[in-house]
Design a protein around this ligand. Structure first.
Ligand SMILES: NC(=O)c1ccc[n+]([C@@H]2O[C@H](COP(=O)([O-])OP(=O)(O)OC[C@H]3O[C@@H](n4cnc5c(N)ncnc54)[C@H](OP(=O)(O)O)[C@@H]3O)[C@@H](O)[C@H]2O)c1
Length: 249
């Protein structure tokens, strides 16, 4: 059994790699930083690394070719980052890179997996979105929230199409709230609310993925936040989100 995880050099992806290897999977760990990846893979039995800068179209295409050769039964689209601040404070190129990684790369890898997984019994795609992707918008992280809405919406649409076509591919979307990783350092903020551990989120997500859960939300507070958010007027929700995100400065 083989799995491939993007963004496996740190945080959620690294802990997912450890957990899947403990279940007996051969793990292919992908990230853009060879040194970080080599270090992370030392703690993951039966692993190999694939260095790829997934903001770059050429690198994504090479990874897709590699996926078609290797045909892993489990693929986790986890690589991603955020960019924190008012829209006119964030460097535009950085935002475009984020969209390329969080959206375009995930989209291409998902399509690639669907090509061969249709014929593979017990195959799984897990797309990592965020609680952000379940919200109507996220001031101070506006483009990031939008990328995660795309991940959520695309994954749910594909799920239904697979079901209608009776295809034996399982697809799920992971929507965590705050998780203690390098995310904030990269995004340029810090959490103003309590965060879950990356180990907990990773193990929880993979267990739920194997149970074929469609939308995976780790932690009671995130589940409650999602539940109640559906009853609030959008403008009020945006004001609450702004307050929470603004505290991250
Ligand atoms: N932490 C949170 O609170 C939280 C909440 C909800 C959702 N998420 C999502 O969870 C996912 C994992 O994030 P994390 O929290 O574990 O953060 P993290 O510790 O910063 O991990 C991000 C991973 O993405 C990889 N990555 C970044 N740029 C890349 C690129 N250009 N090419 C290939 N890989 C790249 C990084 O590897 P290299 O730097 O080595 O390339 C790293 O392995 C992200 O999609 C994030 O949006 C996080």
């Amino acid at each position: 059994m083989k799995c491939l995880i993007t963004g496996a050099s740190s945080g959620i992806g690294k802990d997912m790699a450890k957990y899947l290897s403990s279940l007996g999977y051969q793990v292919i760990m992908v990230s853009s930083d060879k040194e970080k990846l080599e270090l992370a893979s030392k703690n993951v039995k039966n692993s190999k690394i694939f260095v790829s800068d997934l903001r770059k179209e050429n690198d994504v295409d090479k990874l897709c070719d590699f996926i078609l050769e290797e045909k892993p039964e489990v693929v986790i689209n986890n690589a991603g980052f955020g960019a924190f601040g008012f829209y006119d404070e964030i460097n535009e190129d950085r935002e475009i890179e984020m969209i390329k990684l969080n959206v375009i790369c995930l989209h291409k890898i998902t399509r690639t997996c669907l090509q061969y997984m249709e014929g593979v019994h017990n195959s799984y795609i897990l797309n990592v979105a965020s609680l952000a992707g379940l919200m109507p918008g996220g001031p101070m992280l506006s483009a990031y929230y939008a990328t995660k809405s795309y991940v959520r919406s695309y994954t749910l649409g594909i799920y239904k199409e697979l079901q209608r076509k009776n295809k034996d591919v399982n697809i799920s979307v992971l929507c965590p709230g705050p998780v203690n990783t390098n995310f904030n350092k990269v995004a340029g903020g810090h959490f103003s609310v309590k965060s879950l551990s990356s180990e907990y989120v990773s193990e929880y997500a993979i267990k739920k993925m194997f149970k074929k859960k469609l939308v995976i939300i780790p932690g009671l507070s995130s589940k409650l936040a999602f539940f109640f958010s559906r009853f609030l007027p959008i403008k009020l929700l945006l004001s609450i989100t702004f307050k929470i995100q603004h505290k991250k400065r």
